[in-house]
Ligand binder design. Structure first.
Ligand code: PLP
Length: 420
């Protein structure tokens, strides 16, 4: 399903011309399609319809409250990793009983905020965190429902910066410490373990890793049953990859859910899924304008007004994003090898190296495709650049769901010390 299409030679988001949008909003900006968000959510929802499942959107993938609210209207809960994200989820109307709080380093204050909001579960990743949480619960006289995140020591073949399930990674609790914690959990009277959680990495394109980790989880749960410990809910994390370049075949959500059903379907547990990327990645475009075209002695450069601070994935993960012109090039045009770069003062500010692209001239618009996940949510203001706007499209309507801050807004946060 593609809701980004050329109509009369102009790239559209649903029924909105990106050319017109760029005039209205100014470049660079992110543009999201409601129809794609809906499509992605419903495919997964339909696939799990016979399993007792909550789909908690991992909002670090795209934390815009309008995107979260759009998914919430289709029934999504939220997986959050900070107080800031928890506040976003609540602001976007996600009921607290559909919110999971994950992360290795929650502060005491964050735990208090989560407990006060009585969320579905707090995933605990260390004994020290468990002690903190018990203290918070005791002080409030409340009972806290937790998920224990286990580390299955499964090595996955994704970018090393986004593996999370190996014992060298900081995430989860390893065998046999996890079992010891569960055996002794009654020493913490205000803590109730409702779930075991697992999340082995991101952009995983081989189902074997999910199969291994779900099998591991299954054996763990059965072993606990032998010990008389009954777990009623399993949190399966996220991590299903998406296609960035059409060269790898990506398992469909249906294939993925089949692996879940095969390995865990008969355990009688509620399930939580925490998809991030797969819900939002292909629903977003980064729209940018060519500032300069520069011929080097060995290279052609397109210098555009988007930069690594707006979209860091190429610089950080060597990620590939397809680049398309907003105005369809003339038939029979000649492509040439080009480097596409941003204006930032370091060489990692490169979106594409030696890419075969149609000719671009100054002021042309281009888009970076599949940038709805880990795009705007990872943006910074490096080089004192403004965070860029986000626009949500629905059919022929669009709305600016995050505005560009003014330079005054940005400077307002800073001040001089009294001695200057
Ligand atoms: C990041 C994260 C996710 C989502 O990962 P995706 O690869 O975007 O699906 C889910 N669960 C946890 C605990 C995470 O940290």
């Amino acid at each position: 399903m593609n809701y980004f299409n050329y109509r009369n030679g102009i790239l559209h988001a649903e029924e909105v011309s990106l050319d017109r949008l760029a005039d209205d909003v100014g470049t660079p900006f992110y543009c999201y399609s409601t129809a794609i968000l809906k499509h992605n959510f419903q495919i997964l929802q339909d696939a799990v319809s016979d399993l007792d499942t909550i789909i908690c959107f991992s909002i670090k993938a795209n934390s815009n409250i309008a995107v979260i609210k759009t998914l919430a209207t289709y029934g999504a809960g939220a997986d959050v990793v900070s107080e800031g994200e928890l506040r976003r989820a609540i602001t976007a109307g996600i009921p607290s009983e559909r919110i999971v709080f994950s992360g290795v380093g929650k502060t005491r204050r964050e735990l208090e905020f989560a407990v006060d909001n009585n969320i579905l579960q707090i995933n605990v990743e260390s004994e020290s965190e468990l002690e903190d949480l018990n203290a918070v619960a005791l002080a409030r006289g409340s009972f806290v429902k937790i998920g224990l995140r286990i580390n299955p020591d499964i090595n996955v073949n994704t970018h090393e910066k986004i593996t999370t399930g190996r014992k060298e990674n900081k995430f989860g609790i390893e065998w046999p410490r996890n079992l010891q914690i569960l055996r002794n959990i009654n020493d913490l009277p205000n803590i109730e373990v409702v779930s075991i959680a697992i999340h082995i990495g991101s952009q995983l394109t081989d189902l074997q890793f999910f199969r291994d980790s779900f099998k591991y989880l299954r054996n763990f749960v059965l072993m606990l049953r032998d010990e008389g410990i009954f777990i009623k809910r399993l949190d399966l994390g996220g991590g299903l990859g998406i296609s960035y370049d059409d060269s790898t075949t990506i398992p469909t959500p249906v294939d993925y859910v089949e692996i879940i059903r095969e390995n865990l379907g008969d355990l009688g547990c509620h399930l939580i899924l925490e998809p991030g990327r797969m819900l939002v990645a292909d629903a977003g475009l980064l729209v940018s304008r060519v500032i300069h075209v520069k011929q080097g002695t060995t290279r052609n450069f397109i210098i555009c007004d988007a930069a690594m601070n707006d979209l860091v994935r190429p610089a950080m993960y060597e990620a590939y994003h397809e680049i398309l012109p907003v105005i369809k090039p003339a038939v029979g045009h000649k492509k040439c090898l080009t480097d596409v770069v941003g204006p930032i003062c370091e060489s990692s500010d490169t979106f594409a190296k030696q890419r075969l692209l149609p000719p671009f001239v100054r002021n042309d618009l281009l888009v970076f495709v599949t940038t709805g996940a880990y795009g705007s949510s990872m943006a910074s203001t490096y080089n004192s650049r403004q965070l860029i706007p986000e626009v949500l499209v629905k059919k022929n309507q669009f709305s600016i769901v995050r505005t560009r801050p003014t330079y005054e807004n940005m400077l307002m946060m800073e001040s001089f010390p009294p001695w200057l």
